[in-house]
Ligand binder design. Sequence first.
Ligand code: NAD
Ligand code: ZN
Ligand code: ZN
Length: 354
Amino acid sequence: MQAVRLTEWGREPALAEVERPVPRGSEVLVRVEAAGLCQSDVHVVDAAEGALPYRPPFTLGHEVAGRVAALGPDADTDTDTGTGGTAPGERVVIYGPWGCGNCTRCAAGRDNYCDHRGDLGWHGAGLGRDGGMAEYLLVPSARHLVPIGDLPATQAAPLSDAGLTSYHALAGVRHALGEGSAALVIGVGGLGHLAVQMVRATTPGRVLAVDIREEAVDLALRSGAHLGVPMGADTARVLRAETGGVGVDAVLDFVGNEATFALAVQLLRPGGELAVVGSGGGRLTVRKPGFLPAGFRLSLPFWGTRPELAEVIALARAGSLHVETEQFPLSAAPEAFGRLRRGQVRGRAVLLPD
Ligand code: NAD
Ligand code: ZN
Ligand code: ZN
């Protein structure tokens, strides 16, 4: 089968012919219908030797939806227990942050915070383990599958990371977003445009958004932001004025560089929440006494939980989330990577097996 392989750090991923896997034990084989392309894939390709706890070669793709094709002899087939049992032909999205499967975190569907995350030797599907930019994906256990019914795979796949990560980041700050509050979303790409929709769908707060790209600011407005502004010298002033001078209650930062940290701490209200999702390499210095807002709280969310993925899929099926996608055949993966690198993707790039 065709697969998009990372063969060496720093080398652009390329298509290769690999063996179609056979499910053993509790494994499940999924025929891939769609696989999203994340800015994290670019970070992974560009990673320095030793920077990540895994190494090539492996197949990329950590946002995947498809149809169950075959089950290993010990796979969970009990679909009534809500623990992920499945059957051939079922349409599913893959919960990607595979953990050890044995600790209390994994037992609760919180593989993203598996107690053994530091020594697993992978971060999840397509992140050290073969992922879903391929015709088939081998999933270690049926507990990583969430049914999607008739939701299109091109919607479901991005929801498993761009959607889930945004949802989990928002879950950590939602308590700050009551009546009369305001949230700021920085970086309105694959994750950010869904974050804007989720703040609108699940809080009464106003949503402000910034991006360096004009078309991403437009996407923020189409996604429901009350105000979208380009990132520039005047941005903090414009946004503060928009909040009646008080600042915002929460910032969701999907960039994470020095400039976005500076904007976030300038705009946060006392008691404000900053969730840093983007891996932009920025540093933020904590010093007391200092200039961070009083009561400032910081979170560094990673991906999300399996129960949250089910909630995200339910929101999408209810019509509250719409992923803006640009679709490419799997064979055009190198071109899609190039577009993402050049900042030319609107929303999420999604690969479809040819
Ligand atoms: P994306 O490329 O689709 O979107 C990023 C957006 O940020 C783009 O619209 C870009 O124009 C904008 N941007 C870039 N620099 C900016 C700046 N200085 N100021 C304002 N806007 C700026 O990326 P994505 O796939 O949505 O991922 C966003 C980030 O989140 C990446 O760093 C990615 O690695 C990270 N990520 C983290 C997790 C996690 O679990 N923590 C999961 C997925 C992705
Ligand atoms: Zn990702
Ligand atoms: Zn675990």
